[in-house]
Write a protein of this length. Structure first.
Length: 465
């Protein structure tokens, strides 16, 4: 399969400007739809539309599915509703729903009216009723279904008739007379049990399934847990209504990972590198302002500590050297702790009901880390004292060592506790791994540092003169 290099793409853009349809088709004729989608994403919307209108309906539909949401939305704005309808007819119903939901309500209704395949239009309308973050919102209605009372010859005949319109066949689903899911019929059974009297005697009963309102994150966990490639979806009374395939789950996991990564980085909305300046500023500015507030709070704490009867930094100027260390270590420890909890909640390895056990374990980890890191800092200060005055150097060493120990302990527990609380409040815990934990630990770390230092200076005030 050929691919277009940069020179070919430049040539393609020239041909589009010249409206040379034949030459354009020659360049892209042998390309896979995913490769065409990659090319289309590099073109402006007008050029992309020119290519899409040249493609046959089936290829154009595949390209449309492969495009990123933002690029597809820009293209759909220029495409006539009749053209969109023709391409939706070539898609699986679940893919068609993903595409049509990017249109406004008025255009959605108009596009559905232009779909000639009444059954496809009905499937799309049915799927649009489900929340996009549930199993129903991701399922496809294209599947092979047989009745449990069919004989083997009749079953094979039914499978052949339904398979004509199927792109991929993972499982054959067995239902009763009320269309309730009863089992799965493996294809190899047609070879190993060709003379079976009824399908229900050779099917695999009680298959793993999910309900239409199951959150898609839970569906993804089931796919991973049971190593599935497809899973049936049932309604509230067990009737088979669709199936979810592993490719749908992979897309969902990728999108969720991208969202979580951006949240953890302090980006409050889903943004791409090609988004305009204002969209990126809107997504990134809120957490930066929170960071600014945290910095101002730290400055206030330092200023408050130096305006009291005990002027900390004047008495122990060496303390200033370790302010970045205290804040940075607290932020790092808190981010690590929260990231582990968020990951555990996401992949199901951490049960929210056993959160207390995890917090106890985290305290043990925190204490060991705090002892080691504080001991390393203590040793450093012994060899490289922060002050020429031996007494001041010792007090500074004690202040920094004890403060660092306390900061690590607090940051570990706080970093673990916040995502657990957010999970219980039904808030995405991924936001806890970003600036929120870092800023909080910076402020609390500075309070601990100032409090410990003040106590030590007050205790040794006679020695410090």
């Amino acid at each position: 399969m050929k691919e277009l290099n940069e020179q070919h793409i430049e040539r393609l853009e020239e041909l589009i400007e010249q409206k040379d349809r034949e030459q354009v088709m020659q360049l892209i004729a042998d390309l896979h739809p995913a490769d065409i989608a990659e090319i289309v994403s590099d073109l402006d919307a007008e050029q992309a539309l020119f290519i899409m209108l040249l493609l046959d309906d089936e290829t154009a539909a595949d390209v449309l599915v492969e495009l990123d949401e933002d690029e597809r939305a820009d293209l759909l704005e220029l495409m006539p509703n009749e053209e969109i309808a023709k391409q939706l007819e070539q898609m699986n119903a679940d893919d068609a729903v993903d595409v049509i939901q990017e249109l406004d309500k008025e255009d959605q209704e108009d596009v559905i009216k232009h779909i000639d395949d009444v059954e496809q239009a009905g499937d799309i309308v049915d799927l649009m009723q489900y929340d996009e973050d549930t199993a129903g919102g991701h399922m496809s209605t294209e599947m092979i279904v047989v009745n449990e009372n069919l004989s083997m010859p009749d079953c094979i005949k039914a499978m052949r008739e339904q398979a004509e319109d199927m792109d991929e066949i993972y499982n054959i689903y067995v239902v009763d007379d009320d269309h309730r899911l009863r089992g799965i019929f493996p294809l190899k059974t047609t070879i190993t049990n060709p003379s079976a009297s009824k399908i229900k005697h050779v099917m695999e009963p009680d298959p793993i399934s999910v309900k239409t309102d199951t959150p898609i994150e839970d569906v993804a966990l089931d796919f991973e847990k049971y190593d599935l490639v497809a899973m049936p979806v049932v309604d509230g009374i067990g009737r088979l209504v669709g199936r979810i395939t592993v490719d749908d789950i992979i897309d969902q996991v990728r999108e969720q990972s991208e969202r979580d990564y951006q949240l953890a980085s302090g980006i409050s909305a889903d943004v791409e590198t090609d988004d305009n300046i204002f969209a990126q500023v809107k997504a990134r500015l809120p957490w930066l302002l929170i960071g600014l507030a945290g910095g101002i709070a730290n400055a206030f704490i330092l200023d408050g500590g130096n305006s009291t009867e005990v002027d900390l930094l004047q008495i122990l100027p060496g303390m200033a050297l370790f302010i970045p260390l205290i804040g940075g270590t607290g932020g790092n420890v808190g981010t690590q702790s929260s990231a582990i909890v968020v990951q555990g909640l996401a992949n199901g390895s951490l049960d929210i009901r056993h959160a207390g056990k995890h917090l106890f374990k985290e305290c043990g980890v925190a204490m060991l880390n705090a002892l080691i890191i504080s001991a390393c800092l203590f040793a450093y200060n012994c060899f490289f004292p922060a002050d020429d005055d031996p007494v001041k150097a010792r007090v500074t060493t004690m202040a920094v060592t004890l403060s660092l120990f306390g900061v690590i302990m607090f940051a570990s527990v706080f970093g673990s506790l916040v995502p657990i609380i957010l999970e219980k409040l039904k808030i995405d815990p991924a936001i806890a791994t970003g600036p929120f934990v870092t800023v909080t630990n910076d402020i609390v770390g500075m309070i601990i540092y100032m409090a410990v230092s003040t106590w030590l200076i007050t205790t040794f005030t006679t020695l410090l003169g």
